[in-house]
Design a binder for this molecule. Structure first.
Ligand code: NAD
Ligand code: GLY
Length: 360
């Protein structure tokens, strides 16, 4: 088993990474705040994982209940969040409560937000079950729900007590979801670690084949990079925005196509290629890095171009509401070489328009 730390002073917490950790309750029981635990999962994960997990916890804890949410991004809403509060109140949970998120990013973000708000804050443990959640959403404390007018617009920064990453649960993950998670893994190489990027080029097929050692290394390195960034800029005053490479373009793709048509990771892959292309047009990035990125996303079965019918005006409409827009000015995460990301508004608009138009 590997162990990392997210260094945030007295709110620091460990990330455990390994195979078959899910049912090793003794590993994380010490992070429960009190003896009352509410497990939050979804209807897709209840039978393969949730039921046994809750039964295992019930052997050693006084009070364990579960909430099974409907599955899907469309249920990441304030209305569905109330199911968690209903269960907490109906079962008389007090302040010494821990919420355990067993699921992908949707369950993790919602459970964390519920933990931040229930009685003004209770304990929270992340057990992410998708690759995307294991390398990204379970670490760093961004929690929340969507609003009809914007994704993740209602939420809180709220850190968990620990993160438990069990690579065995990835065996049941659909291929498309595995690829979506790999988009975020590739992102870490591009923004922070050229050696990791080269390692990914050499090992992508092993990752696609879900080889345990390769997965553990890729998850560990991704979490390390994320933990280092979060430790320096927990609330995204500046640096943390580099974790959003490709996301401004990607969010525009996701939103314009209708959420759920393109998975988040798929949109991020196409968006990242666009960010690389813009960086190249600005003279900041070598053409070979763009080519290597395209090849790596291809190897991971990810799209490298936005939808053919998406015009520059549509991109601009959605990009204008990006959280990185400051005083009405669009800021983008771009690369100044492989492994070096910047957040900047200093790019020529013509170059951006050429990328949006797909000019070769
Ligand atoms: P998800 O939670 O919707 O999970 C994807 C699908 O995989 C679901 O159908 C789920 O039931 C299924 N699934 C989960 N684990 C499985 C397993 N082990 N075996 C089989 N099926 C499994 O999606 P996601 O990609 O994990 O997360 C996306 C969400 O994460 C978005 O809402 C996004 O906004 C959020 N996010 C948050 C952060 C953050 O920092 N908080 C970062 C990135 C993404
Ligand atoms: N997923 C980007 C962040 O956590 O900041």
């Amino acid at each position: 088993m590997r162990e990392l730390t997210v260094n945030l002073g007295d709110r620091s917490y460990p990330i455990f990474i390994g195979a078959n950790l899910l049912n090793q309750v003794e590993l994380y029981a010490r992070y429960f705040c009190g003896e009352q635990v509410l497990v939050v999962t979804n209807e897709n994960l209840w039978l393969p994982y949730g039921e046994n997990f809750v039964a295992g916890l019930a052997k050693s804890l006084n009070k364990v209940d579960s909430v099974v949410l409907p599955d899907g991004e469309q249920y990441k809403t304030l209305a569905v969040l109330n199911n968690i509060f209903d269960a907490l109140l109906e079962n008389k949970y007090n302040r010494r409560t821990t919420l355990v998120a067993l699921g992908g990013g949707v369950v993790g973000d919602m459970t964390g937000f519920a933990a931040s708000a229930y009685q003004r804050g209770v304990g929270f443990i992340q057990i992410p079950t998708t690759l995307l959640a294991q390398v990204d959403s379970s670490v760093g404390g961004k929690t929340g729900v969507n609003h009809p007018l914007g994704k993740n617009m209602i939420g809180a920064f709220y850190q968990p007590q620990c993160v438990v990453i069990d690579t065995e649960v990835l065996s049941t993950l659909p291929e498309r979801e595995l690829s979506a998670g790999l988009a975020e893994v590739i992102k870490y190489g591009l923004i922070a670690d050229s050696e990791f990027f080269s390692w990914l080029e050499a090992n992508m097929l092993r990752l696609m084949a879900r080889e345990r050692d390769a997965l553990i290394y890729a998850i560990e390195r991704s979490c390390q990079i994320k933990a280092e960034v979060v430790a320096q800029d927990e609330k995204e005053a500046g640096l943390r925005a580099i974790l959003n490479l490709g996301h401004t373009f990607g969010h525009a793709i996701e939103a314009s196509q209708g959420y759920g048509q393109w998975l988040h990771g798929e949109a991020v892959a196409a968006g990242t290629v666009m960010a690389c292309e813009l960086s190249q047009r600005l003279g900041w990035l070598d053409a070979t890095v763009v080519e290597r990125s395209v090849a790596l996303f291809n190897m991971a079965n990810l799209p490298v171009k936005p939808p053919a019918d998406m015009c520059p005006e549509t991109f601009m409409k959605y990009m204008a509401v990006d959280k990185k827009v400051l005083h009405g000015t669009l800021r983008l995460v771009l690369l100044k070489g492989l492994g070096t990301a910047v957040v900047t508004s200093e790019f020529e608009r013509d170059c951006l328009m050429q990328v949006l138009r797909g000019v070769a």
